[in-house]
Every structure is written in C-alpha cells, then in structure tokens.
Design a protein around this ligand. Structure first.
Ligand SMILES: Cc1cc2nc3c(=O)[nH]c(=O)nc-3n(C[C@H](O)[C@H](O)[C@H](O)COP(=O)(O)O)c2cc1C
Length: 176
C-alpha cells in the first residue's frame, strides 16, 4: 500500500510543507513509510506545454509527478485555507492528473490548516467534493488545525492536541 502526503500549495516555505513532514514522521511511528508530494515542485510550465492544450508537449517533470500519483493508493492532503477555499494550484494539479486512473477507487484523508478560526473547514468540504467526483473516497475525520501560525515551533506542530488528532487520523487512514 503506497501512501503520499500532498502539501497542497506552491507557496515558498509553506507551513503545509512543515505539517506534511510532521505527518510523515507520525506515519513512520505507526510503521507507514509515506512519500511527500509538495506542490512547490509542481512544474507550472505544464500550463504552457500540456494542460488544457490541444497539442501536448512532453513534460518530464510532470511525468515523474504523475508516476507518483499513479502509484499512490492512499493520499493525505494538507490543505491551507486560501480565501475561504483550497489553493488554486491544487485544482490545477487535479486537472493535470490522468483521469480517472489517478484517483478512481482510491482513499484520502484531509487535514486543514488556517491562521483564522475555520481551519479550512469549507476548503476541505470543497476539495472533498472534487475528490469524490474523481472517484476517491474520503475519511470522515477531517481535523481543523486553527491558528496554525501560533501552534508551530521549529517546523513542527507544537500543540499536543493537534499532534494527537493527526495521529488518530493517521491510524484511521491505515484502517480505512
Ligand atoms: C492567498 C492566501 C489566502 C489566505 N486566506 C485565508 C483565509 O481565507 N482564512 C484564513 O484563516 N487564513 C487564510 N490565509 C492564511 C493561511 O491559511 C495560513 O497562513 C496557512 O498557514 C498558510 O499555509 P501555507 O503556509 O501552507 O501557505 C491565507 C493565506 C494566503 C497565502
């Protein structure tokens, strides 16, 4: 079973990347080796070469990312709240992924982060609709890590309750 944690933004030095690394460590504690797919590495030139184009040019960097997606059975999406929803780059990524093989009959867990008090609640709802449309089943438990900026220290989630719910979600995803 292949697990991939998606840091769902291309923002420089994102908190999502740090939370993804912490999540990877939690999964390792329960015996799961997970990949990280960071949308900072998204080859955005696919907008010029491939995505939505009638004539598609080869894009080796995208092909490597697609291979990781295709090989993944279970995803964990770290979703930062951007203007009341999920980041646009995440939708570009979904649109670029092979349909329906990338997502059909797969499983996913969603974890929301925000500086405000919603913890990406709406964003996760929006993205769960997209995932369900492309054929991925989503875990019911969707932790909302609110005021994330105040709860990070040295690149890790410093709030014990947040770490506990991440661990609980990881265990549930294992059994899902
Ligand atoms: C473009 C943008 C839009 C944002 N919109 C919201 C928002 O609607 N609600 C909120 O609570 N925080 C919002 N934030 C704050 C982020 O959710 C918060 O800083 C989060 O940690 C950013 O994650 P990142 O570092 O992975 O990008 C926004 C941040 C950015 C960059």
């Amino acid at each position: 079973m292949n697990y991939t944690i998606v840091a769902s933004t291309s923002r420089d030095q994102s908190v999502s990347s740090q939370v993804a690394a912490h999540y990877q460590a939690i999964l390792a504690e329960i015996g799961v080796q997970a990949n990280i797919l960071d949308l900072q590495d998204m080859p955005v030139d696919i907008l010029e070469t491939t995505l939505y184009k009638k004539v598609k040019q080869p894009n080796a960097a995208w092909e490597r990312m697609q291979q990781l997606v295709s090989a993944t059975d279970k995803f964990i999406f770290i979703i930062p709240e951007y203007n009341g929803s999920f980041p646009g780059i995440l939708k570009i990524w979904v649109d670029a992924c092979k349909f329906p093989d990338s997502f059909k009959h797969k499983k996913a867990a969603l974890l929301g982060i925000s500086d405000g008090t919603q913890g990406s609640a709406l964003a996760m709802g929006h993205f769960a609709d997209v995932l369900n449309y492309v054929g991925t089943h989503t875990l019911a438990l969707r932790p909302r890590l609110i005021q994330i900026g105040k709860n990070m220290q040295d690149g890790r989630v410093a709030n014990a309750e947040y770490a506990m719910i991440m661990r609980l979600q990881a265990e549930q995803l294992l059994a899902f």
